[in-house]
Write a protein that binds this ligand. Sequence first.
Ligand code: ZN
Ligand code: ZN
Length: 160
Amino acid sequence: MIAIHQQTGLDLFNPLQEILKKHLNLSAACVPSIDVPANARDPLRNQYNANAITHAITASRKFDLHLVVVDVDLYAPGMNFIFGQADPVSKTAVVSIYRLAGTRLNERLAKEVVHEILHLLGLSHCPDSDCIMYFSNTIADTDRKKVSLCNSCRRKLEAL
Ligand code: ZN
Ligand code: ZN
């Protein structure tokens, strides 16, 4: 069971529930949204540190896995921006729709969510640009890759 925390102006629970069921066979629970912690915002960058958001969830974890979906622009130290991040220790992933907007939102959201949840399940990045575990530097990377695993990553997941 995975808990979904939504912090966006859209209600994405139904599409997220479908994505998690279809691609990962995970059942989802809609749980109260979190407030993005004020200290997550870097005023100079006008972006939010993904680690601070993950840490805000860690204190109140009740489920095996947690997914936080936000609409603010995320960064990680050393990166200009990130689409999402996974913390395998707290089993919490955060994905932002900020850079996914457009007619392909649901497809992009599916790819970013599945990618981050697979990190939580133990997979790391893959050099195959078609594989869902390929690291997206740009939205074009996300749009090009498939929402499925390459054979090598599939074997790794089965062995976990
Ligand atoms: Zn990744
Ligand atoms: Zn792969």
